[in-house]
Design a binder for this molecule. Sequence first.
Ligand SMILES: *Cc1c(COP(=O)(O)O)cnc(C)c1O
Length: 429
Amino acid sequence: MAISREKLAIEGGAPVRAEPLPPMYPGGMMIGDEEKQAVLAVLDDKNLFRFAGPSKTPSRVSTFEEKFAQHFGARFALAVSSGTAALHCGLVALGIGPGDEVILPAYTFISSATAIIAAKAVPIIVEVDDSLTIDPAEVERHVTPRTRAIMPVHMRGAPCDMDRLVAIAKKHNLKVIEDVAQADGASFHGKRLGTFGEVGAFSLQFNKVITTGEGGVVVTDDKILYDRARIFHDGAGGFFGGRKEPVSVPFFPGLNYRMSEIAGALALVQLTRLDGLLQAMRARKARIKEAIAPTAMAKGVTFRRENDPAGDAAVALILYMPTADKAREIARALSAENVRAGSMFNEGVPDWHVAFHWKHIIGQNMPTELGCPYRCPLYQGEVHYSADMWPRSLDLLGRSVHIDVSPLLTDADCDQIAEGIVKVLDALL
Ligand SMILES: *Cc1c(COP(=O)(O)O)cnc(C)c1O
C-alpha cells in the first residue's frame, strides 16, 4: 500500500465532498409551479376521471397520450396506472397467454416477470451481457416452439441491442415487447426506445426519468393492439372508453388500469421536461467519465459497455471492478466520500432487480395449487429455475459499482464525484 496516498474517508480522512449527492428522482426533483398549477386546474374543474366529469375541459390524460405518441414518433399511446400495468396490457394485447413463453433478462425489475405470469405465460429468464442488457445470443439459444415474445429491458437507461433482437424476433416469428421503464426518452441509433417492438411499455413511477408518482404508458403503431390494450385497461371491456372512442375489435374482459386526470395533468408537464433532463444527465455523465477515464484504464476498471452511448438516458455510471469483494469495498469507500455508490448484486442483500432474489418465482410459488402457468395443462414445456443459473449476470452485477447521475449535479459536483472515484481507485486498486 502506498504510504503517501490521501487518507480515505472510510479510514477517517476528510471526504472529498462535505454534502451527500442530491436525491435521484430526475423528474420528481423538478416538480414546481407548472405541476402545481396543472394539478390545481384539475381540482378546480372537479374532473378527476378521464371519461366523465362535471366540466367540459378536454381530458388531460387524452391530451397527454396524443403528445406522448407524437414525441415518441408512435401512432398510439395509452396512459395507464403503472409500468407493470403497461406490460400486462401489452402482453394481453399481443394475445400472449396460457402455453406461451416470453424471454426476458435475469437483470430487470421483478415486474417484467410478474407481468408475464399475470398474463398466464411462462417467463424464460436468460443472461445479460456486459451491457447489462439481455444477451441476444442467449435469446436465440432459448427460443422453443412455445416462444411467443422477447421482452428486452433497457436497464439503467441504456438501450438493448435492438438491431440484433429485432432480427432474431423476425427470424423466429416472435413479438417484441420493450420494457422501457428505466429509460423513458432514451434511444437506439436515433430512434426512441419503445418504438422498435410491437409494444413499448413505459413507467412514470417516482424513481423513473419523468414521473406522476405512479403511472405508465403503452405505445404501439398497431391499431388492433392499441384497441386491445384499451379494452384491457378499462374494466369490464372498455365500458367507458368504448363509448367515447369505438374500438375496432371484439370486447373481452379487462381490468381497471386507467390513469387519473391528476396524474394526466402531471404527466403533461413532466413530458415537457423529458428531453432537457436527458440532455442534462448525458452532459454530466460525459464529464465524469472523461475525468476518470485515465485512472480507470490504469487500474483495469472498465465501463459498462453501451450498445449506443449517444442514446443512453445516462441515469447512471456503472464501472466493473476486478472482483465482487473489491466492488463492495469501493462502493463503501465512495459512499464515505459522500459519493453515493452501490454494488449491484450481493447475495445477502435482497434486491428485486436481480433474478437471483426472485425466490417465489424461482420456487414457482403461484397463487393457486395447480401452479399455473408452470403446471398449466396447456403448457407443453418444463422450466426449472435455480438462483445460480445466471452466473455471468451475477458475476457482472457483483463486480459493478453504480453511481447515480442526477440532472441536478453542478459541474463542481461532477468534478468531486470524479475526484472521489480517482481517490478511491488509487487507494484500493
Ligand atoms: C419500475 C420498473 C417496472 C415497473 O414499473 P411500475 O410503474 O413501478 O409498475 C418494470 N420494469 C422495470 C425495468 C422497472 O424498473
